[in-house]
Design a protein around this ligand. Structure first.
Ligand SMILES: Cc1ncc(COP(=O)(O)O)c(C=O)c1O
Length: 398
């Protein structure tokens, strides 16, 4: 059967249900926030309600803010990290994990990844520590938890703060420890594509009360929470969450666990469907100590039969998308983007595994896992694509 990329019939014609899910509950939540007339944090709004929910979930002090990026900047600022400091950041992540460090005037140092989990390699991180290193930002990429045991031990040995970037994993756990519950700070994102979507928004989870009080002021123009007076105790910014975002996120919290079970079941169904077709090696497997994987994305590794002929991940992503399975490539290592081109201390740091991962990995968004036909159709589309090496190469050359 010819590839849909080259004009053949696609494997799937029906579009997947969109994400974020739009339903009666989200509409009601939004209207209730509207009708309450409380359009600002006043001690009794959806913003505080969301913080209370998150505090109960994580056992941490929580400050709901305007985005995951803002939460990262506030985490660094409230921990006193800035000019002259270095912060270790995995090379494979969304740019904000590093850009937030740069925004503080500190230097993000790229750390190569563990090729099996796509999360930072702690041995490489340790070798990158200098007298200026102040913090490490593990990223729970695509819902897979980073090795929190090794990272917290490393941080203890070298007196580093740990700021978890959990934008892509709300409930993942490593060796029984839930993300966000064992380190100094954790950042969540409520951007529309995320597992708890609210349009935009984020949250900062903090271990220490004093740091939390500082972060709360930094996010509220330097004022204590709830104050609308001119009592600016610190130089802050406005990173408050919108009460409408908070209402939408709260609505999604009610279906979170149910959605996770559905994603997890479908992930296993996909694994089986790929094994049945002899393509079991394509799907990246969780580390045995990843006691819960949040499945923010499905990561598929190109087989050697394609990579040795020079087929790129972007080509396979285009072929899958044409077959009706929307796919993308992984992040390019952030230090290779134009934003960091003029930062030689950063752009030349070798991270060959992150480059290799970007060139050979295809990602599928989590919402596809909610569709009953996804496992079989994806396995079928991949079978069709993998045998068509010559067509893929021809397409690349067009
Ligand atoms: C790993 C990671 N970190 C940080 C962010 C930034 O979050 P936000 O888009 O809410 O600023 C994102 C999301 O896009 C992300 O995927």
């Amino acid at each position: 059967m010819p590839l849909a990329l080259l004009g053949g019939p696609p494997t799937r014609t029906r579009p997947f249900a969109p994400w974020p899910s739009v339903n009666t509950a989200t509409r009601k939540a939004l209207i209730a926030a509207h009708d309450s007339g409380m359009w600002w944090q006043n001690g009794d709004s959806t913003a505080e309600e969301l913080e209370v929910w998150l505090e109960a979930e994580f056992g941490r002090r929580v400050i709901a803010v305007s985005s995951g990026t803002a939460a990262l900047e506030l985490a660094l600022a409230s921990l006193g990290i800035g000019h002259g400091d270095e912060v270790l950041v995995p090379a494979c992540t969304f740019v904000s994990s590093a850009a937030a460090v740069s925004a503080r005037g500190a230097l993000p140092i790229p750390v190569d990844i563990d090729p099996a989990t796509f999360t930072l390699d702690t041995g490489i991180a340790e070798a990158a520590i200098t007298s200026r290193t102040r913090a490490i930002i593990p990223v729970h990429l695509a819902g897979h938890p980073a090795d929190l045991t090794a990272i917290t031990a490393l941080a203890r040995r070298h007196h580093l703060a740990v700021i978890e970037d959990a934008a892509q994993a709300v409930a993942a756990s490593w060796d029984g420890t839930r993300v966000g519950t064992a380190t100094d700070a954790t950042v969540l994102s409520f951007q529309a594509a995320k597992l708890l979507p609210g349009g935009d928004g984020g949250a900062l989870l903090l271990r220490d009360e004093q740091t939390a009080r500082r972060a709360e002021r930094l996010a509220n123009c330097g004022r204590p929470r709830g104050s609308s007076a001119y009592d600016h105790e610190l130089l802050g910014t406005n990173a408050r969450i919108s009460v409408f975002t908070a209402a939408l996120v709260l609505a999604h919290t009610r279906t979170y666990e149910h959605m996770w079970r559905a994603r997890d079941g479908q992930w296993h169904a996909l694994a089986q469907a790929l094994v049945d077709r002899g393509h079991g090696g394509l799907l990246t497997q969780p580390h045995p100590k990843a006691t819960r994987h949040d499945h923010y994305a499905v990561l598929l590794r190109l087989p050697v039969s394609l990579t040795e002929r020079g087929v790129r991940a972007s080509t396979v992503a285009a072929a899958l998308t044409a077959e009706g399975i929307p796919a993308r490539t992984l992040f390019p290592p952030w230090q290779s983007t134009p934003a960091y081109r003029d930062e030689p201390q950063v752009s030349v740091v070798p991270t060959s595994r992150a480059f290799e991962a970007a060139a050979t990995t295809v990602t599928l968004p989590h919402q596809l896992l909610l569709d009953p036909y996804f496992p079989a159709q994806t396995a079928s589309a991949l079978s069709k694509i993998i045998v068509a090496v010559d067509d893929l190469i021809a397409w690349q050359q067009i």
